[in-house]
Design a protein around this ligand. Structure first.
Ligand code: GLN
Length: 283
């Protein structure tokens, strides 16, 4: 599609152009992303698209679409362009200050729910967008607390809590440094990629998601060590610790939990059948 004159291309032509650009740049799910960006720019849903696809796409929308396709072609994640990601059926705002919530992390929320009693005090360590603690606060009756080292992440998490009308206290803290009080449950999806693996990640993740949300230092287990050791001081007796893990970290994280004296240690599998959550209980 060449730029000849203003407003001469139909929605259909614009979408075909976007799809072909993303395909040429080898973007995964090129057709889906091209469509979602068109929907985002025009506000036209799938049904209306089929009714209107032969109509001319207004020039300013076409220009906006070209700009977004250009950024997606450079591997900027779709969610940083549209500013949203669904998680547990809620719509979370995201930007480049936070990890984009992953479907796999829903298992952590579901497993935490099994441990949580009404009125429980729950702490989410390394909250990022706040997706875990906000989902728990919406679905269970809890006192919700969440910590992150990043001001930028906390700003996003607070905005999400307000937009979703969830009550939660957000604390700027390097791990447990500024944490007070005692909790019935501590949940965490900490950074867990070994530093040496990061260059091999897909460019969307490696070049655009915050490194501090990914990097688990030399062996990827740094934060599990710190959290397993630190959480003991803030869990009530019989309180639960639940961490999301990488698919190949189950045995190592379980053994870290054991070394720190936790009991009832279990490794839970995700929908793909891969180890995804480790649970343990303070004696
Ligand atoms: N807890 C947030 C999430 O699961 C952020 C995780 C992180 O930054 N590693 O999306």
């Amino acid at each position: 599609m060449k730029k000849t004159a203003a407003g001469v291309f139909s929605y259909r032509e614009v979408l075909q152009w976007g799809t072909s650009v993303l395909m040429t740049q080898k973007i995964q799910d090129a057709a889906v992303d091209a469509w979602l960006l068109l929907e985002y720019v025009t506000g036209i849903d799938r049904t209306h698209y089929f009714l209107k696809m032969q109509e001319i796409c207004p020039d300013e929308m076409e220009n906006r679409y070209r700009e977004l396709i250009g950024r997606r072609a450079q591997h900027v994640p779709l969610q940083y362009l549209t500013g949203v990601q669904e998680f547990m059926g809620y719509s979370f705002r995201v930007n480049d200050q936070v990890l984009i919530p992953r479907g796999d992390t829903e298992l952590l929320v579901l497993e935490a729910e099994k441990k949580i009693r009404p009125g429980a005090r729950v702490l989410d360590m390394c909250t990022g967008s706040g997706c875990i603690i906000i989902s728990l606060a919406k679905r269970c009756s809890i006192s919700a607390f969440a910590a992150d080292i990043s001001e930028g992440a906390l700003a996003v998490a607070r905005e999400n809590a307000a937009a979703l009308q969830a009550e939660a206290e957000f604390i700027k803290s390097d791990l447990f440094e500024n944490i007070e009080g005692a909790y019935d449950c501590i949940v965490s999806n900490p950074p867990y990629i070994a530093s040496g693996e990061i260059p091999r990640l897909m460019p969307e993740v490696r070049d655009y998601e915050p490194l501090t949300a990914l990097d688990g230092k030399a062996d990827g287990l740094y934060f599990y060590r710190r959290i397993a050791a630190g959480a003991k001081r803030f869990l009530k007796p019989e309180g639960w610790l639940l961490c999301e893990i990488g698919f190949d970290q189950g045995a190592e994280v379980a053994s870290l939990f054991r070394k720190e004296g936790y009991t009832e240690i279990e490794i839970k599998k995700d929908l793909a059948g891969l180890p995804r959550v480790v649970t343990g209980r303070r004696r």
